[in-house]
Design a protein around this ligand. Structure first.
Ligand code: BDP
Length: 732
């Protein structure tokens, strides 16, 4: 216990530059003494806690001088709780970047001040032409301009709300870190999506479903009395990338979270998050209105209410939810709404009463509407009665409901039609529900992509999905345009990422998994950013903008996803992972529920391999619009990355490379592991430039990553070889 405490003190002291923290020299000396005594921390220890918010001192002397010259004071013209956070962040960020304390000034701006505020707080002459620009940025956008021509000259960060100024301030600090000039700034930025959400799959007992970074961040037993500093740090990190909503609990929801004592705890978190622009949402269990008794006959778990039904059309049930919602808003006036997983994987739902998903969602939506709350109703359903092919089921259940949801309902759809596999085609649902706002659900936590052991940069994958053209309204009907509302004219828009955060000191279990949290937020704000651009921002802010670091680390990150697909499930293979844990390979898995086995999906035999979803098979291709339908249907035009997703192909099938399918599979499996080996070499080459702790952390992860990637490759190839009967061909 004592040692933990001591090392916590040491960690804090080491993490930050001692000089900046103004630790008295004696204190610093004592800390170092303790460090030396326990021998566990070098003077520059970096445990990854500060994420991308390290604000490394500007190294280039000319640049530093130019920055200092135009940033002589900070004026935050507002007094809201958010404005206090803005001022603190700018002082902290600029103090660290410029290695000097920037004083806080007041209006009117003096020469070279940084002025931040809203039209309500700023005098008209300061705003001037910016007022016009503010008309275009909505509630959360911002404008940053250098007013060099003014007398006196100043830089202005303006927004329509304090939260917009916070986003603008984080943007401004990023510009400095990137070494951009401040002379001619004219930045106008508006988020492309309205709801930018993290979904936590956290349970009330502190465990995290599919979490690989320790325990839940929420300490339910301590709340509401104790507010962990980490709640603030979590909110700050999210605000820095524009995330504005958080669902606190698992979609496999425990109804107890809606009990009054828990709601007080939720309210305490909402109070912390509010000034950072983050609204709290909850996953709701559809059976909540039921009494607590367990109904053995119906094998149904009880709820927290007093009713014997949760039928959404029963007036008592509707009234129950209205009362519950009223109770929530009394505690949390800006409560966001409910996320619901219904009639899926054992979770209760309206179908138990012969009602539809729309009936269920609308009942909750009606209760929430008077307060501005929303429902995010998940489309992750795969009832075997609906179709033999699991990938077709959600579409068949939900498309007929298009147009039947109330306006404050999102249908929340996973990116692919199966389940967060290393690679899937986009879910055809996105092209088939034009009357319903669809929220895109991505998974930041790497359930099927190597947990927090494999280094996989997910922005590359997310961009492939966002750029996928569904052809729902002709060419250019990309997923991004469905989600941002521009394709079908929806103003309610959103994206959700299943969070990868946990109680681990570095938040995400793997330092590089921080990049996925970062990238999710950046893409939620602006899906047109490239994976390269986001990687370079993250690398620079995490390790410093050293050209060698930038080029080496981005070359590692940018091919990492494709490599992972190659050594796990190349050429459209899917769902061949270990049962339950979903980490290693288990292509032989044949027992249990059919649509959870591997053999159901790969269908390998002596003749060939793959799931025939073409018109001669399950005809899943018919759920896509022309010309995709035809493209996917024909084995000769189907993109090879989806080949075994849509087709059953003989081992001797000739690929575009000239290799046979069997040879190509070998090639891909080996290329994938070879990439990981190269990542190790690249990382080792950076040792002199990276803080020792971070270097070692990533080095150890990569070692395990390589080891486990080889297991994937060898297990899969030896297993499939049993059917192909052909020799395994390692890469030279
Ligand atoms: C699957 C996960 C499971 C989740 C489910 C969901 O294995 O833990 O509960 O998705 O999204 O991928 O509801």
């Amino acid at each position: 216990m004592f040692l933990t405490r001591v090392s916590a003190v040491v960690e804090i002291a080491c993490r930050n530059d001692l000089k900046r923290m103004r630790v008295p020299i004696l204190g610093a000396f004592l800390v170092c003494l303790i460090v030396l005594t326990i021998g566990s921390c070098s003077a520059k220890a970096d445990d990854g806690y500060n994420l991308w918010l390290r604000y490394r001192p500007v190294e280039n002397a000319d640049l530093l001088q130019s920055y200092r010259a135009v940033l002589s004071s900070i004026v935050v013209a507002d007094t809201s709780d958010t404005a206090i956070i803005v001022e603190k962040e700018l002082q902290r960020g600029l103090g660290s970047l410029l290695q000097t304390q920037i004083p806080v000034g007041s209006l009117p701006p003096s020469a070279n001040s940084l002025v931040v505020g809203t039209p309500q707080a700023l005098p008209a002459p300061v705003l001037d032409d910016v007022l016009q620009m503010l008309r275009t940025v909505g509630r959360e956008g911002f404008v940053i301009v250098s007013k060099r021509g003014e007398q006196p000259p100043f830089i202005l960060i303006a927004a329509n709300t304090p939260i917009g100024t916070l986003y603008g301030s984080f943007h401004f600090l990023r510009i400095l870190q990137e070494g951009q000039t401040l002379n001619n700034l004219k930045i106008v930025s508006t988020p492309r999506l309205q709801y930018r959400m993290l979904n936590h799959w956290d349970n009330l007992d502190g465990s995290v479903e599919r979490g690989y970074a320790g325990r839940s961040l929420w300490k339910w037993d301590e709340l509401p009395a104790t507010i962990d500093q980490r709640y603030h740090d979590y909110a700050r990190a999210n605000a820095s990338i524009g995330i504005n909503g958080t669902v606190l609990n698992n979609v496999n929801a425990n109804p107890e979270l809606l009990l009054p004592n828990y709601l007080k705890k939720v309210a305490a978190l909402a109070d912390v998050f509010r000034p950072y622009g983050i609204r709290v949402f909850l996953s709701a269990n559809f059976s909540s209105p039921l009494s607590a008794q367990f109904d053995v006959e119906k094998n149904r778990c009880g709820g927290i209410g007093e009713l014997d039904t949760s039928d959404p059309l029963d007036p008592r049930v509707r009234e129950w939810w209205k009362r519950k919602v009223r109770e929530i808003y009394a505690l949390i006036p800006d409560f966001g709404g409910f996320l619901v997983k219904a009639n899926s994987e054992g979770m209760p739902g309206p179908q138990e009463y012969g009602r539809s998903h729309a009936d269920g969602a609308n009942m909750l939506a009606e209760a929430l509407a008077p307060y501005g709350g929303i429902v995010m109703w998940r489309a992750f359903v795969y009832d075997p009665e609906v179709d033999l092919d699991r990938t077709k089921r959600a579409y068949k259940e939900f498309v007929p409901l298009d147009g039947r949801f109330l306006p404050n309902v999102f249908v929340q759809v996973k990116n692919g039609p199966l389940d967060f596999q290393p690679r899937e085609p986009v879910s055809p649902l996105f092209g088939a529900m034009p009357k319903t706002p669809l929220m895109l659900e991505l998974q930041i936590t790497q359930e099927y992509l190597g947990h927090s052991t494999h280094l996989v940069y997910l922005a590359s994958m997310w961009k492939e999905y966002l750029d996928f053209d569904l052809h729902a309204k002709g060419v250019g009907s990309t997923l991004a345009r469905v989600v941002d509302g521009s394709l079908h004219g929806h103003s309610m828009t959103g994206i959700a990422g299943v969070a990868n955060t946990g109680s681990d000191r570095e938040w995400t279990g793997h330092l590089f998994a921080q990049a996925n949290w970062y990238a999710f937020g950046r893409l939620a704000w602006d899906h047109t950013l490239s994976a390269e651009q986001i990687a370079s921002e993250w690398i620079g802010m995490t390790f410093g903008f050293h050209p060698t670091i930038l080029s080496t680390v981005s070359s590692m990150m940018l091919g990492a996803w494709e490599a992972c697909v190659n050594y796990m499930t190349p050429l459209g293979l899917h769902h061949i992972m270990q049962e339950h844990v979903h980490y290693g390979p288990e292509p032989s898995l044949a027992k249990g529920r059919e649509d959870w086995t591997s053999v159901y999906y790969h269908r390998a035999d002596k003749e060939g391999i793959g799931y025939n979803r073409s018109s001669s098979g399950s005809n899943a291709v018919s759920q896509y619009h022309p010309p995709l339908r035809e493209l996917f249907d024909d084995v000769s035009t189907c993109p090879e990355k989806y080949l075994l997703w849509f087709h059953r192909v003989p081992w001797t099938h000739r690929m575009s490379s000239g290799r046979t399918l069997w040879e190509e599979m070998n090639y891909r499996y080996y290329a994938g592991t070879q990439y990981v080996s190269r990542m190790q070499d690249h990382w080792r080459s950076l040792q002199p430039l990276i803080a020792a702790e971070l270097f070692e952390h990533v080095n150890a992860k990569l070692k395990q990553h390589y080891h486990d990637a080889i297991i994937w490759r060898d297990t899969c190839l030896t297993y499939f070889q049993k059917f192909s009967g052909l020799p395994i061909i390692p890469l030279p």
